[in-house]
Design a binder for this molecule. Structure first.
Ligand SMILES: NC(=O)c1ccc[n+]([C@@H]2O[C@H](COP(=O)([O-])OP(=O)(O)OC[C@H]3O[C@@H](n4cnc5c(N)ncnc54)[C@H](OP(=O)(O)O)[C@@H]3O)[C@@H](O)[C@H]2O)c1
Length: 357
């Protein structure tokens, strides 16, 4: 068993990491860490508000043994005691804390702090394993024994997962995406105020569109001489927040480079969906993508938990005749499972298999 520490254990994503690592056959969750606000407290106490209300956000209950575990201070914990660090830190804290860990051990992170650095890949299981090789460059350049392997923004995950088979079969000329993002995507602190979001749609999420655009082109880019050449597709995103707890919905219009049609795109997605199924990875879903023929699907309430939130559901695939070679669809992807914690655990399993950990 590899010994792991979880930093940022008290937040929305940290809670999902705890579930994703519960009874994991390869990874033992040895220690939990968070800020000085939580350090020294029992986990069950640290996730309560000052008025005593529990802020456990997952639909599954917390493992009882975790509730009694004492939280350590992320600034003080010694990385040498672990084989791997999982990070669900708020991004400013990640910028300071993650390099201290990466100097000694691999860090797999959901934070954005290092996503945009040239020597750091952004990894999505099944989409860009060819970018794993950049981790060696990251170690070499920074003189670290470990590395930082960030996952993308949760909205980027479903988008890239569906674009990859289209890119490989038809090429990508232009992408237009509008998201309807769940409130859990905003995290616990500061989170989204109920007064703002109930009975409402918020048409702007600061910095989100720039992140999704930049990350998508990097993830779909190609490796050349130990750097990533971003995809040359044009991309335009509008990101909105809606009154849904978990599961991001995205409407996507793609103009392909080569001629494409609805059936061809469906076949490409179906072939891609089995990519990790036979690799004996404990967290891999049977299908990365599943296609619904029901015109009223996907819906977050009905589809986000498909294969424990690890499968992206795609529906309403159709040609868009307003464009030459236009294809449109709607997707639902679980933002804190495949879009964050369990997706990061799956990436880590792939890194172990690739002997990079
Ligand atoms: N929510 C999503 O759907 C999602 C999806 C993908 C990626 N992400 C990214 O994943 C990360 C975690 O997101 P989240 O939604 O879980 O955020 P969150 O609920 O706000 O949790 C943030 C965590 O960071 C810890 N933290 C903050 N400052 C710290 C410090 N100085 N030292 C040590 N720990 C510190 C907090 O500990 P305390 O409780 O002690 O303050 C908490 O455990 C973020 O970078 C976010 O952008 C989120």
């Amino acid at each position: 068993m590899l010994k792991t520490v979880l930093i940022g254990a008290t937040g929305v994503v940290g809670q999902q990491f705890i579930l994703a690592l519960q009874n994991h056959p390869w990874f033992e969750l040895t220690s939990l860490a968070a800020s000085s606000r939580s350090a020294g407290k029992r986990y069950g106490t640290a996730i309560k508000d000052p008025d005593g209300a529990s802020r456990w956000f997952c639909k599954e209950s917390p493992p009882p043994e975790v509730l009694d575990q004492t939280i350590e201070n992320g600034d003080e914990i010694d990385p040498a005691n672990y084989d791997i660090a999982f990070s669900a830190l708020e991004s400013n804290a990640a910028r300071n804390i993650e390099p201290r860990f990466a100097a000694s051990i691999p860090v797999v992170s959901t934070a954005s702090a290092f996503r945009y650095e040239d020597d750091v890949p952004i990894l999505i299981p099944g989409v860009n394993e060819d970018h794993f090789t950049l981790l060696k460059e990251e170690k070499r350049k920074r003189g670290w024994n470990g590395f930082i392997a960030p996952q993308p923004n949760c909205t980027t995950v479903g988008l890239c997962m569906t674009l990859k088979p289209i890119q490989d079969n038809f090429g990508l000329e232009s992408i237009v995406m509008t998201s309807l993002q769940a409130i859990s995507g905003a995290g616990r602190t500061p989170g989204v105020s109920a007064m703002d979001v109930v009975d409402n749609v918020i048409p702007f999420i600061p910095q989100e569109e720039e992140k999704v655009q930049k990350e998508t082109l990097k993830i779909l880019g190609r490796i050349n001489n130990a750097t990533i050449i971003p995809s040359d597709a044009r991309i335009s995103c509008t990101c909105t927040r809606v009154n849904v707890t978990d599961g991001h919905t995205e409407t996507v219009l793609v103009v392909t480079k080569e001629s494409s049609d609805r059936d061809g795109v469906k076949s490409a997605m179906k072939a891609f969906s089995k990519k990790l199924a036979d690799q004996n990875l404990p967290s891999a879903p049977k299908e990365l993508l599943t296609i619904s023929e029901d015109p009223f699907r996907p819906q977050p309430r009905l589809d986000r938990e498909t294969d424990d939130g690890m499968t992206t559901t795609v529906g309403r695939i159709r040609s868009d005749d307003s464009f030459e070679r236009g294809i449109k669809y709607v997707l639902v992807s679980h933002n804190t499972k495949m879009g964050a914690a369990k997706g990061a655990v799956l990436t880590t399993e792939m890194l172990v298999k690739a002997k990079l950990i």
